[in-house]
Ligand binder design. Structure first.
Ligand code: PLP
Length: 370
């Protein structure tokens, strides 16, 4: 059996480079609670990403749950079914009703035309996802939000480092959340962040992630424990030193897939819009109905060859038992999301994927087109 190829594999810098960070933690005995590495990572990340402020979290899901709390979102929130479970779950954990809206078939992001139709008097916010790191139509979403007085929280878990026309995509909306989970482009083992436009909202979020403590004796809000620990923050600082070469490696792998499949009309890949500095967080391949075999047969064929491609995002969130009873979860209202969920297969892409491994994937996909 050939070496197993996962869909992704974490960016792990050389272990010896991590040891000095651990020695510092052991020396100063600060393990968590806004320690020195935590503070340094907030500063360095904000600068690297080109954003004003950022508050680190233990994971992206707690960042989402807390972002909704920070803006006091309630009632109904418009979101996409074509995403990871955490997006909609963060609404249920806040007692908010998700309202699913269909996606644009080319970007895989919320279709602004459908957002407006879904607004009711109970709508308070929009929770879009920059799916695969490809930006949403942020201008139109902002116009809709302004017209109807809605907040916008971007689930930017896939969008680390994504820029458009020189500007970070994370600067849009009221807040954006990031995930630094092991499977993401940039990882702190587990981790996440809320990107904040100003110091005031960051202050409130910093209170909320530490039980609501403003100082030793003052609790200003029913907060949660969402803090990132020092080992994770140190990992983040070390990752930052390696992230640019990791992003370059991803781009090269993506380009090779693109070149291999470009002449096959029954396969489609994501086309990043002009002016985008993308992070190549995922490599979704859409297996069109005219292809000789369907997505699931190709998925099984890769698996039989020890290649674990993944069907992100299938099944749709709207088909999960806790959501499928919602009016907005009906399949006829979500035709694009349902179709893409049946066609998509995310191919292995990660910095350590070598060309021998990648050619194994390409050979099987090309063979399926014959
Ligand atoms: C990974 C992910 C999350 C959750 O992040 P965690 O850090 O794993 O909690 C949320 N939304 C999307 C779209 C994700 O891909």
């Amino acid at each position: 059996m050939k070496e197993q190829l996962p869909v992704t594999s974490p960016l792990l810098p050389p272990l010896e480079e991590f040891i000095p960070y651990l020695e510092r933690i052991w020396t100063n005995r600060r393990l968590t609670n806004n320690g020195p590495f935590h503070q340094q990572l907030e500063t360095e990340l904000a600068s690297y990403l080109g954003v004003e402020h950022l508050s680190l979290f233990a994971n992206g899901t707690l960042a989402l749950v807390t972002a909704l709390q920070a803006l006091r979102i309630s009632g109904e929130v418009i979101t996409t079914p074509y995403t990871f479970a955490a997006t909609a779950h963060s609404l249920l954990w806040n007692g908010i009703k998700p309202v699913f809206v269909d996606i644009d078939p080319l970007t895989c992001n919320l279709d602004p035309d459908r957002i407006e139709e879904a607004i009711t008097p109970a709508t308070t916010a929009i929770l879009p996802v920059h799916c695969y790191g490809i930006p949403c139509d942020v201008e139109r979403i902002e116009r809709i939000a302004d017209t109807y007085g809605l907040k916008v929280i971007y689930d930017a878990a896939h969008a680390f480092g994504v820029r458009r026309n020189e500007h970070s995509i994370l600067r849009h909306g009221d807040l954006s959340i990031l995930s630094f989970h092991a499977t993401k482009v940039f990882n702190t083992f587990e981790g996440g962040a809320i990107v904040c436009p100003d110091a005031k909202i960051k202050q409130r979020i910093d209170y909320l992630k530490n039980f609501g403590f403003a100082d030793e004796v003052t609790v200003v809000a029913p907060g949660i424990n969402g803090k990132m620990n020092e080992v994770s923050a140190a990992m983040g600082l070390l990752q930052l030193k390696h992230i640019d070469s990791a992003l370059n490696a991803r781009a090269a792998i993506h380009q090779r897939y693109q070149q291999a499949f470009q002449n096959i009309p029954t396969l489609r890949m994501q086309q990043p819009p002009p002016g985008l500095v993308w992070n190549h967080a995922y490599c979704p391949l859409f297996i069109l109905p005219e292809h000789p075999i369907n997505r699931d047969v190709l998925y099984e064929r890769l698996k039989a060859n020890n290649i674990h491609a993944r069907r992100y995002f299938y099944p749709l969130i709207s088909s999960f038992p806790m959501y499928r009873g919602l009016q907005s979860a009906a399949g006829r209202l979500l035709p694009n999301a349902n179709r893409l969920a049946e066609q998509v297969l995310c191919l292995p892409i990660y910095p350590a994927l070598d060309s021998t491994g990648q050619e194994r994937v390409i050979d099987i996909v090309l063979d399926s087109a014959r």
